[in-house]
Design a protein around this ligand. Sequence first.
Ligand SMILES: Cc1cc2nc3c(=O)[nH]c(=O)nc-3n(C[C@H](O)[C@H](O)[C@H](O)COP(=O)(O)OP(=O)(O)OC[C@H]3O[C@@H](n4cnc5c(N)ncnc54)[C@H](O)[C@@H]3O)c2cc1C
Length: 410
Amino acid sequence: MKNWAGNITFNGENIVAPTSLSHAQELIAGATKVRALGSRHSFTRISDAPTIIDTRQLPEFLEFSADRTSVRVNASMTYGRLAELISPLGLALTNFASLPHISIAGAIATGTHGSGDANKNLASAVSSLQMVTGTGELVDFSRGDEAFGGAVVSLGALGLVTSVSIDVVPAFQVTQTVYNDLPIRSMIENFDAVFAAGYSVSAFTRWRDIEQLWVKSRIDEPMPGASAAVLEALAKATDKQHPLRELDPEACTDQLGVPGAAVDRLPHFKLDFTPSAGDEIQSEFFVDRRYAAEAIEALAAIEGKIKDAMMVSELRTVAGDTQWMSPHTGRDSMAMHFTWVPDQAAADAAAQDVANALTGLDARAHWGKVFDPSQFDMSSYVDRPRFLQLVESLDPNRTFTNEWFEEYVG
Ligand SMILES: Cc1cc2nc3c(=O)[nH]c(=O)nc-3n(C[C@H](O)[C@H](O)[C@H](O)COP(=O)(O)OP(=O)(O)OC[C@H]3O[C@@H](n4cnc5c(N)ncnc54)[C@H](O)[C@@H]3O)c2cc1C
């Protein structure tokens, strides 16, 4: 079995797909080394182990809290499916990754995020979860529990997450408008105004200028004056665009300022469009947004070095959170995403070049994407020792610890 991108063939010899909770408990209790597999959208061996639990056959369920501010679902559900189930009831999720096809459990395990100055990563919307530990026992965690900060962005190392409660809000409408050709100098000088222009903003670049600015605005929120002034100087796209301008935008969510449901505008790609199975590899790095200017300048300076490996890059903002292993823990962040050509050696080398360029800016890396762990200082995660203690106490036999975890987390 391969991951979505096809750059990883899992070594796991025993790939099992439980069909019930008790079946999953039985399989885990009888195994020595196990990992759960979500929708396979990570780019590394993070999900690999001798026994891999493919969670996609576990039964679907959906239960609302009495006040309808939270919904409890099977953890293997995708964000797109969840949105599809709650939209007809007038409810919405607060944010999405670029793709709605990603499983909830897999996304929260790595701190997957969307964009938005006030939007935390997707794990932050989780209020409780249940997991099966290495001995097959069920354990529950809720917001407010002492260990909750370590339980959601778990890197798959604590157990098999089976159910998740997620915050939901009344449905809201969003428009998506694309602006072209923002000079990189202007991006640096107007960083706050640019990212305040919408509820969720993405800037696509190949590090010469910002080729496309995707502004996703709630129709009930006005644009701040400083943001409007920056955008007025730019050309508003009159045709739909793909992040790579030369590609067909059919798969992209609707643009041109037409209002639509959050699920149909916040992800870049449409739910009902099956994305091609991976002709790319990705890396992503995060700095405290205080260092946004330095980071952008550093990356623009190595444009010539990484351009052959790079298809496109994307800047987003993510609000800080309190999850121990979240790449956004303790700081409002700027995310720098890279889509690389499907050449592992080229992607690895370019990811190293980027990490080198970010030296001194206390960068962190996306857990689900390609990076060289020797280039990152784990002391940036101040709660990592607590997390390792949690791993030890929940999983003393290290059933859920795999080679990736030993190498990348310790
Ligand atoms: C096209 C594309 C677009 C992307 N866009 C974004 C984006 O916008 N923002 C972003 O931050 N990332 C993005 N990613 C990265 C992606 O969100 C992460 O890699 C995410 O972790 C993938 O989730 P998954 O369900 O595929 O999990 P997998 O890749 O299958 O697994 C990831 C981790 O979750 C664990 N896991 C999965 N299910 C369970 C479970 N039930 N219990 C316990 N652990 C579990 C696995 O063991 C593993 O450790 C993108 C990836 C792709 C391919």
